[in-house]
Design a protein. Structure first.
Length: 170
């Protein structure tokens, strides 16, 4: 394993070559077993750090919660069904990317609306603290009509977005 690492570091061997060879060899070869055991050591070390470090747990769980919120949000937007009916991998990828595009557009819309409303409330004399602002989420869905009738008016123009709004300081 050390020779493999040195070969990769010196540029004599590409990492993709190692991965290709490991994929084609018997799973019981020595190099494959050594990398597998190294992976177990790294996972064990991370778990021990995770158990003993409260801040690491807080950061890890916070990141996991954020990704789970996005997944719930995008699943809610895919109201036609979560089943990928296509058996073509490229078509499946397109469906997922389209869903993420719609999710990101709605998130942008929500953030713009929240920012404008917060500025209006600030002008009205409402004060915010850091705790309140940290609880806001761009994954708002109450104002979205998923099953309604949609009329497209191509002559209608969206109001301009003010990208110069300052960041609210609490």
């Amino acid at each position: 394993m050390l020779r493999t690492a040195v070969s990769i570091k010196t540029g004599k061997l590409a990492p993709s070559t190692i991965l290709r060879r490991l994929g084609s060899y018997n799973r019981q070869n020595r190099l494959n077993r050594a990398f597998h055991e190294l992976g177990r050591v790294v996972r064990t070390e991370f778990l021990l750090n995770w158990i003993s470090d409260v801040d690491l747990r807080r950061v890890t769980l916070g990141a996991m919660n954020k990704s789970e919120q996005f997944n719930r949000f995008s699943k809610w937007l895919a109201f036609g069904g979560q089943i990928l009916e296509e058996n073509d991998r490229d078509e499946q990828r397109k469906l997922i990317k389209y869903n993420h595009l719609v999710a990101n557009c709605l998130i942008f819309h929500n953030v713009c609306g929240l920012t404008q409303r917060l500025h209006e409330m600030r002008k009205e004399g409402v004060a915010f603290d850091a705790e309140t602002l940290s609880r806001l989420s761009p994954y708002i869905t109450q104002h979205v009509n998923r099953y309604g009738e949609y009329r497209i008016d191509l002559s209608r123009r969206a109001p301009p977005i003010n990208y110069q709004l300052p960041i609210l300081m609490y």
